[in-house]
Ligand binder design. Structure first.
Ligand code: K1U
Ligand code: ZN
Length: 175
């Protein structure tokens, strides 16, 4: 298992509609393991494959509390098969948009179908933070960032901040 670098917006890989996984094989399981290492190290509560430069439909999530044992969920080809009519705003962050946070309005509950680490088809009923995180990660594999749910004004302000942050990071890495 290995930690991989997280790609920061703006980057074309984060705008890519990712390709379905044809089978959950050892390569996909190794990707899932690396994504979990990367997510826990960040730290974060979710991660999608394009955030580590892989344009495949793979996500990982773990919304367990600090004082609880880890509860990772690895999902290949996740799809939302049901969402609640009720929506609510919730503050979101993104490891590809560090230090930027905004309220995003989303359905409060979803049902997600996916392939697990063994390639078996599963369904997960989620509400609360898990539902929000799953929607955020499934957006990532469709090339959508949480800022795409905001007004153009706010989105452009965030993206300008990211261009600045990336320039600063590049200068620091070169020094
Ligand atoms: O996909 C990502 O960029 C990960 C992102 C997931 C997410 C956060 C909030 C709402 C929806 C989806 C993060 O994990 S950002 C970091 C974060 O939220 C967090 C970090 C440490 C402890 C608790 C939360
Ligand atoms: Zn994100």
């Amino acid at each position: 298992m290995a930690k991989r670098p997280i790609i920061w917006a703006p980057d074309p890989v984060l705008k890519t509609k990712c390709t379905p996984v044809s089978a959950v094989d050892d390569e996909i399981r190794a990707l899932m393991d690396d994504m979990l290492d990367t997510m826990y190290a960040a730290p974060g509560i979710g991660l999608a494959a394009p955030q580590v430069g892989v344009t495949k439909r793979v996500i990982v999530v773990d919304v367990s509390e600090k004082d609880e044992p880890n509860a990772p969920i690895c999902l290949a080809n996740p799809e939302i098969v049901w969402k609640s009519d009720e929506t609510a705003p919730h503050e979101e962050g993104c490891l590809s948009l560090p230090d930027l946070y905004a309220d995003v309005e989303r359905p409060v509950a979803v049902q997600v179908r996916y392939l697990d680490r063994d390639g078996a088809s599963q369904e997960l009923a989620a509400e609360g933070l898990l539902a929000i995180c799953l929607q955020h990660e499934i957006d990532h594999i469709d090339g959508i960032l949480f800022v795409d749910h905001l007004s153009a004004l706010k989105r452009n302000m965030f993206l300008k901040k990211m261009v600045k942050a990336k320039k600063t990071r590049a200068r620091e890495e070169a020094a």
